[in-house]
Design a protein around this ligand. Structure first.
Ligand code: C5P
Length: 240
């Protein structure tokens, strides 16, 4: 039995409800997940931030990216806190061992390394309990790649948000520009394609919609339209 299965519990376990939102980077899932959590007054998990924190720590401590054992050790030892902060663009500050690393972990370089370390099963296993510790009453909105397929496979509502890679690169470009970071759109597009490929083809927890996920293509939709669509589904399941 894998660690994932052991921790999942059986179907009769009573747990707070989960809305799992998965999808590729730049699909808008982070924004939507945060807005849904705020609207329902539920807890929120940005699981990508955890992989970014492992990547950031590895870069900071010059850990080799093929040293799986040390990377898993770094993941298991993460001491993090998410502090709500309405003045921050993400609405939250990320503290690693007490130090504010909110900006550092959002760089493309850290995202790139995150997608490498995320391919190691030992790193993914080391983060499972930490991710599940976010599940508290009244409920949890979890944003990531494998929320509906692995970590919260029992989620009451599973969404897979996607959009064309060109649209996603444009959105990420604007997001970074708004934060004062300057990056080339062409470079972002190439990086995003490579990261999609890595996330979708890795052996452990590849990025894919859960069988019972509702897939929403957000290419032509505004944030408000996606938000309304998700809330509609939540209401239909008595979650909102
Ligand atoms: O969502 P974000 O871009 O912050 O995630 C950074 C990287 O972490 C992704 O490219 C992906 O490789 C990895 N990730 C993952 N599983 C998750 C969340 C993120 O593999 N649940």
């Amino acid at each position: 039995m894998s660690t994932h299965d052991r921790n999942r519990g059986d179907d009769t376990t009573i747990r707070p409800p989960v809305i799992a939102i998965d999808g590729p980077s730049g699909s808008g899932k982070g924004t939507i997940a945060r807005k849904i959590a705020a609207r329902l007054d539920w807890n929120f998990l940005d699981s990508g931030a955890l992989y970014r924190l492992v990547a950031f720590s590895a870069l900071h401590d010059a850990v080799r990216l093929d040293d799986v054992q040390t990377l898993a050790w770094v993941a298991a030892g993460l001491e993090i806190r998410f502090v709500l902060d309405a003045t921050h663009a993400d609405g939250v500050r990320v503290l690693l061992h007490g130090e504010d690393v909110s900006e550092d972990i959002r760089s493309e370089a850290v995202g790139e390394v995150a997608s490498h370390v995320a391919a190691y099963p030992a790193v993914r296993d080391a983060l499972i309990d930490l991710q599940r510790s976010f599940l508290k009453l009244p409920g949890l909105v979890a944003d990531g790649r494998d929320m509906g397929t692995e970590v919260f496979a029992f989620a009451a509502l599973k969404l897979f948000l996607t959009a064309s890679v060109e649209e996603r690169a444009q959105r990420r470009h604007k997001q970074l520009k708004d934060k004062g970071m300057s990056v080339s759109l062409a470079g972002l597009l190439e990086g995003m394609k490579a990261r999609d490929e890595r996330d979708q083809t890795r052996a452990t927890s590849p990025l894919r919609p859960a069988e019972d996920a509702l897939v929403i293509d957000c290419t032509e939709m505004s944030i408000e339209q996606v938000l309304e669509r998700v809330l509609e589904e939540a209401r239909a399941r008595n979650l909102a």
